[in-house]
Design a protein around this ligand. Structure first.
Ligand code: 5AD
Ligand code: SF4
Length: 445
């Protein structure tokens, strides 16, 4: 979304300021998935109140999912915020800014205008705006992302979500599923290699439910995989229920599709999954993993898990640990349940809510378990030579960071001119989660 807003603003005649002090407009883009993410935003936005005192002309906007969720309440809480804008409002950014700062900013372009709801405020004061309509048809078509430098393009193919997992705020802040036109996606991807971009990550909330004009996700993935000059293709995040045999076949047969799959499981007990309304069983998930692994034996698997979901008994939690031991994920993103106002799970009886200390203990234990499994997996990989796409310079001087096909991070010595290239690297050591290595050719030389 950040890249999309940059693109929209660039098309509207704006430059991206490198330093906050140089900016006439400051946008804080936000996430609403967990309370922790929102608390960080509150801190960040709070810091801007001082800046606004010194420079009252600066326009401050809060954009994205938290802006959508909190809306005008946020404007009420933070008097120095000029506008809030949800994920479907980005198209109107230049118009909004033109209204808020009519004199000193460039004329908006010819992008289609939308009528903007005006919030109250004394006439002599600058208006404050809330752009919070969820647009059933906004699929961001025709808007150009301004990509961050690097060899990887993050390409949204789908927005919103048709599921209603009971813990999740996403459908309420991003609306129902909207898919982009396949031909547009492909023509965008065809233009990437000329810009030095050879890795593509297809993005969607349930990316593999993609469906547009006779295209399903496996067809889209195969077409993307065959674009000239594209060397690595990934996608995130798929929903287990839409992992089809056709998709597995594309992953197994298209050499540019990375042998890596992020497949959120969320919990390892049927009762928890049922309360979460995930619409699959543990056995169903196991079966998908079995099929994937039998078609692509060395695939790297990762997952998301929520612990402390309301009603999670010790037995249910232990079943989740057992599933982690059984599947042995290469990577796992492990979260403590965070209550999101407006989601169905808030209606589960209070008596079922898990005390904070219990949830914290469960989180710490599952992290420890995952780390020990991950260390074993990665230790077994030390000594291998793997192809690494160099992403950027590491913090430690003289080092580069890259990723393997399995999406694992490797640090090794090398010149920044190598960023964007594919190198063979010998893995020499692991921290448990990441690797250090050296270039295979350097060893020979
Ligand atoms: N609390 C904790 N984790 C959550 N996630 C989504 N909603 C919540 C919540 N309310 C996690 C899920 C999802 C990931 C992106 O964030 O595991 O897969
Ligand atoms: Fe949220 Fe479930 Fe949709 Fe994922 S599939 S975005 S967890 S509602």
């Amino acid at each position: 979304d950040g890249e999309l807003m940059q693109g929209i603003l660039a098309a509207g005649g704006y430059d991206i300021a490198l330093k906050q002090e140089d900016a006439d407009v400051i946008l804080v883009n936000t996430c609403a998935i967990r309370e922790h993410a929102e608390q960080r935003v509150v801190g960040r936005v709070g810091d801007l109140s001082r800046l606004k005192k010194d420079r009252p002309d600066v326009v401050i906007g809060v954009t994205g999912c938290m802006a959508q969720r909190m809306g005008e309440k946020l404007l009420g809480q933070a008097g120095y915020v000029d506008f809030v804008m949800g994920p479907d409002g980005y198209r109107s950014l230049p118009d909004v800014l033109a209204q808020l700062r009519p004199r000193s900013l460039p004329e908006p372009t010819t992008m289609p205008r939308r009528s903007l709801p005006m919030l109250s405020g004394p006439a002599e004061k600058a208006p404050r705006l809330a752009v919070l309509t969820l647009e059933a048809n906004e699929n961001y078509e025709g808007l150009e992302q301004r990509r961050a430098a690097g060899a990887t393009a993050w390409v949204p193919v789908q927005r919103g979500c048709n599921h209603r997992c009971t813990y999740c705020i996403v459908p309420y802040v991003r609306g129902d599923e909207k898919n982009r036109d396949a031909e547009h996606i492909l023509s965008e991807i065809r233009s990437l290699p000329a810009q030095g971009i050879t890795e593509v990550v297809l993005l969607g909330q349930t990316v593999n439910s993609y469906e547009a004009d006779g295209w399903d996700f496996s067809r889209l993935l195969r077409a993307v995989a065959r674009v000239d000059g594209i060397r690595r293709v990934r996608f995130t995040s798929p929903h287990p229920n839409d992992v089809t045999t056709a998709l597995i076949d594309v992953m197994a047969t298209e050499p540019t599709v990375c042998k890596q799959l992020h497949l959120p499981v969320q919990a390892g007990h049927d009762r928890t999954l049922k309360r979460m309304v995930r619409r699959y069983t543990v056995d169903g998930y196991r079966e998908i993993v079995r099929q994937v692994r039998s078609a692509i034996p060395d695939i790297a698997l990762s997952t998301d898990v929520i612990v402390g979901f309301p009603g999670e008994s010790d037995e249910e939690y232990e079943a989740t640990l057992d599933l982690m031991r059984e599947i042995r994920f290469d990577d796992a993103f492990l979260y403590k349940y965070s209550l999101r106002e407006g989601t169905p799970a808030t209606r589960l009886p209070l008596s079922q809510h898990i005390p904070g200390a219990v949830a914290q203990d469960r989180l710490e234990r599952i992290i420890a378990l995952h780390r020990s499994i991950q260390r074993e997996i990665n230790t077994a990989e030390v000594g291998r030579t793997v192809e690494v796409l160099v992403e950027r310079a590491a913090k430690s001087a003289g080092d580069l960071l890259g990723r393997t096909e399995s999406y694992k991070v490797v640090a090794f010595e090398g010149d920044p001119s190598l960023i964007g290239s594919y190198l063979d690297v010998v893995l020499t050591k692991t921290s448990g989660s990441t690797f250090t290595g050296h270039r295979a050719s350097v060893l020979v030389a």
